[in-house]
Design a protein around this ligand. Structure first.
Ligand code: FAD
Length: 345
């Protein structure tokens, strides 16, 4: 191992106005890293370059050594590690305490994490402890060229506007970012950097929450998150019995069914199949939108798909403006015709 390793003890020091560097909190649970962590290292690289500072990854958990080379491979120059048995399974209290201690000691200017269940839980707790601002669920990040502040953009007012938020007075600047919105960076195996392993004192009796049992939920939305071809339906499909039209197309293409909140509320799909602001963000190779109007709350969850095909009988539908191919026509004719054509190939 060529990494330069430093072992140190977290002893938070208050004061000192030097906040520098971009940090990405790498989410590692049940032996797996949430891919958004790597997406954020890619994005963090751009932000760090725009400011002219370093990029670090932070890994908290238990027995995390396998993750360290990956963090370097995805672009971290420094990796901070807190490896502790208390952090084996995620709980907000010990995680918030560990990360807050690290932030106080090293004073990064910006910290980012995925807007996953864990990020949405632990980041507000950390921001409260640090008495700083947090922008949740960002879809765009940038650096203000004049002030070098982090521009944190997210849908606001029910998705009707995109708000850009700056954290002017407190540090660090904190944001969670939706999975699959940022591109996955190139992985360069064998890349090395500086490894800082913190010896951290965490006492079980200080934490009020205990894990009694794990009950796993239906993993369909996790599956949707990774689907390469998505066939999505909206209210245009008109009735549950018509879902078969979309299902046949999905079957021919090896795709996964998803849809709009309208389709979920109509009872044709379950909530974990909902794409959009209050559902899952997806980034498949192909997204086929059938009878979907293209409300902003839907678009934010799918517009970064590689290739979008939309079928709608209204030439003014907003979905057609983000589509690579728009087919203006009756879905009850167009979709079976597409299915028949794909079957031939
Ligand atoms: P509609 O807007 O009714 O569109 C149906 C489309 O089908 C129309 O464009 C119509 O032209 C077309 N159509 C009808 N018949 C045919 C036919 N025979 N052939 C072809 N085309 C046809 N929505 C989401 O999807 N995801 C979210 O996460 C989400 N979160 C939200 C959060 C908030 C806070 C709010 C306020 C709203 C949210 N919404 C969300 C709802 C969103 O605003 C829209 O209401 C919803 O996306 C519309 O769903 P739709 O496109 O299925 O229906």
């Amino acid at each position: 191992n060529n990494n330069k390793t430093i072992r140190s003890q977290v002893t938070p020091v208050a004061g000192g106005d030097v906040w520098s560097g971009v940090w990405v909190i790498i989410e590692y649970t049940n032996g797996k890293v949430a891919p958004v962590s790597w997406e954020l290292l890619g994005e963090g690289r751009k932000l760090a370059d725009a400011i002219g500072c370093g990029l670090s990854g932070v890994i908290t958990g238990y027995q995390v050594e396998n993750v360290i080379p990956e963090a370097f491979a995805y672009g971290a120059e420094k990796v901070y590690v807190i490896d502790h048995p208390i952090l084996k399974d995620y709980r907000s209290e010990p995680y918030a305490e560990a990360i807050t201690g690290l932030v106080k000691k090293y004073q990064p200017e910006i910290i980012l994490m995925g807007a996953t269940s864990m990020g949405r839980d632990v980041f507000p707790a950390i921001a409260t402890k640090l008495q700083t601002g947090l922008t949740a669920d960002c879809t765009v990040l940038g650096i203000d060229p004049e002030t070098k502040l982090l521009q944190q953009t997210r849908p606001a007012f029910g998705g009707n506007i995109m708000a850009t938020i700056l954290c002017r007075t407190s540090r660090p600047q904190m944001a969670t970012v939706r999975p699959r919105v940022m591109a996955m960076p190139e992985r360069v195996d064998g890349r090395v950097g500086e490894l800082i392993q913190e010896e951290f004192t965490l006492e079980e009796e200080n934490f009020r929450t205990k894990i009694l049992e794990f009950i796993s939920s239906d993993a369909r939305s996790a599956f949707l998150d990774k689907a390469e071809i998505i066939v999505a339906v909206g209210l245009g499909i008109a009735a549950k019995r018509n879902m078969v039209i979309a299902e046949e197309l999905a079957e021919v293409l090896g795709g996964t069914i998803a849809g709009t909140r309208g389709a979920v509320e109509a009872g044709w799909l379950t909530h974990d199949q909902q794409v959009g602001q209050s559902g899952v963000t997806v980034r498949p190779k192909v997204y086929i939108a059938i009878g979907i109007s293209g409300a902003i709350q839907h678009l934010v969850g799918m517009e970064t798909s590689d290739f979008i095909i939309a079928i709608n009988n209204d030439p003014e539908a907003a979905i057609l403006k983000v589509a690579n191919y728009g087919i203006v026509g009756d879905l009850f004719q167009v979709v079976p015709a597409l299915t028949a054509e794909f079957k031939k190939r």
